[in-house]
Design a protein around this ligand. Sequence first.
Ligand code: PHE
Ligand code: ZN
Length: 854
Amino acid sequence: MNKRKEIFLKDYTKPAFAIERVDLVFDLYEEYVIVTNTMECKKLDAKTDDLNLHARDLELESLHLNDLQLQESRYVVTEESLCVLNVPETFRIKIVNKIYPQNNTELEGLYKSGDIFCTQNEPEGFRSITPYLDRPDVMSVFTTTVIAEKEKYPVLLSNGNKTQCHEFFNDKGRHGVSWHDPHPKPSYLFALVAGNLGSISDEFTTASGNLVALNIYCDLGNESKCTHAMKSLKEAMLWDEEKYGREYDLDIYNIVAVDSFNMGAMENKGLNIFNSAYVLADEDTATDANFMGIQSVIAHEYFHNWTGNRITCRDWFQLTLKEGLTVFRDQSFSADLNSAAVQRIEDVKALRERQFVEHASPTAHPIQPKSYISMNNFYTATVYEKGAEVIRMMHTLLGEQNYRKATDLYFEHFDGQAVTTDDFVWAMSEASGIDLEPFKVWYHQSGTPKLHVHKNFAKGVFTLELTQEIPNAVNGAKQRAYFYPLKMALFAKDGKEILAKTLSISKMQETFLFENLAEEPILSINRDFSAPIIVQEEHVDFAFLMQYDTNSFTRYEASQNFALQTIESLIQGDAINEAFVKAYGYILDLDVDTSYKALLLELPSISTLMQRQKVIDFDVIYGAKEQLAQHLAVTYEAKLLALYRENHEPQSQHLDADAMGKRSLKNRVLRILAAKDSSVVQELAQKQYDTSVTMTDRVVALDVLENSASDYRKVAFEDFYAKYKEQTLVMNKYFSLLSASHREGVLQRVIQLQEDSAYDEKVPNLVRSLIGVFARNYKYFHAKDGSGYKFVAEKIIAIDKINPQMASGLAGAFKIYDKMNEENKVLLKKELECIISTQSLSKNVFEIIDKILN
Ligand code: PHE
Ligand code: ZN
């Protein structure tokens, strides 16, 4: 079944055949589906005799070559292939096979989400639908006919433009629709949907005047929750025309929301399929973060039409070619439409929380990995988010104008092709004249580089000595110095900016001199987070930068670093640094954008603190952070309460920057206040739950109540459950809140919640909300009796049998193994060994656990 074969980038060879056209017919029935696949093939490599197609668990009905039925001696079927022996130069091959989407719980290939037939083919799902050259460098023109029972499946969709509707005289209960996609594409972009769906429609006229029909499909009854997604789609289409000169290229753009989906969404040509969490929203059921998430994911998938679909990847090692670039594009889009400062900080926060952790773990890999066992395991924060940072650095090195010249060249030169990251870097270099050879290191090395900063001032000269520290690769190999842009500025003691520039760093050690200075300047470094590195700098005047830094990112960074330093000295057993407390009070009074202020007031996450410890002891870290939080809550209680009242507008449901900023700041303040569990805070939370009309406010209130001594907690949760138990997207929030709780007995409750009628172990969103969130509830996951590890390990083993991709996602929680204290390590090891010795473990989970153990 699941062969654990390691695939290497260095073994890449070109395809031996081209598939010039493919015609697919799907006959959908309740128990099975008949697929008829007719391909026109051409031999590319004269030395190859046999056509070796990818196929998974093939149930072949018939096989024809140029209209001749093939005898069994002419082909070989294995668990992973269909090999047709001795084929001519050009030929037509017709395969009829049978599949069972109703039994497909892996959610890869053709499957059912509730009553909806849908597909997920990236990276290698198509081969479980029908035999094919299922690799991204085989691009073909697809025609698809979907046939199903009319009443149950009135909506029949596939890629491209709709060409024909079919009625059947002999079988009036069934109907069919044909679709044709004129753009050659790899099989991973193929999609099909059939269901009884509701929809909303709109249209968009492209810059050159083409009218595009836009449709968003969902379960009946959810239509009104699609309007934000539609608005976001139109914003994205316009932005891509203005910023990148990219127009849409079909008459129709369809999006379908389904509840069972392994990832966020999928960019299938002309027919995106989405996790419903990234489509459906209204003010009553979605948080502000949900609305923002929808805007960015809708845009992300739309942007793939050029960066991914028109120009695709040669092989899966090039995944960051489309993902890093498309994440950079969606980040830029969100920055343009919302607050750029907040967007940048949120993106860096996410990078550090997920990607830095990955880079420091046994599963570390370069943004362009060198090998994989299961490609599904490489849809990672490194490939996506660090990949985006790598594109961003090129954008900084080139500047806006040259970058646009370079992307124009990239689109023009490689349109319709399957290319490599080298091809992209070539375009960047060719259009700008900048030699990017030394930059390519970013694609091939793993681990987060450090930069040690030494400062000196004498006789009017400020000396900046920068030393790179490059971590070894996972296999222990030494790695090379990086080339990157480093934005910096110098300030005078009175707060005036003396200079701001972008240094170009390329050597292990370099010195920069700044002359003719009247006094020792204050340094602001890695502004905008211009490179994804860890800066190590001593003697930093955090309070000064918090006050005067003109860069919103480094100003935020100063507040975070000051807090980190303060908490870390508490971990060492020192007293609270009152200078930090004073600086914090200064921020409370600052007159800045409310959403930015909310970020400045946030204390560093437990995960950030854990990353900086050599050996992790959760209780100690948590205790230190709590101590500081309580001290701040007590010291500034009056100010915080005033800030809360100023910004609390319980009746406002607006989604504009002002309203969202106020909610964000008000809720930040409530959380800080909650560190001191007073009756005042409990009452505020209770009232907020009862009177607020947004999900954002209610979720925060519930969270605060759950972790307080308030009795109202039970009432509020019961009320919430009664109201929303039918709405799976809201139930995700319900499960997450209970699973992330710090209250006694959380594990027991999580175990019980699995029996709740709203829970379903086959639906990834629900599993992530209940089990996935528990695995990040450090207090209980790392419990000293090993109960947390044992529970999660058992779930991984059980879920692996249902959906290996979901199971390997959960297994990520164990990546922390190496860094835990001895006591926890012993407990962890026992569970890891239990998982790896499980019978018929998937290659997905095997690959992750094997790396952690070795
Ligand atoms: N290609 C999708 C995206 O990033 C992600 C995805 C990968 C979805 C694999 C499903 C399966 O937009
Ligand atoms: Zn993507």
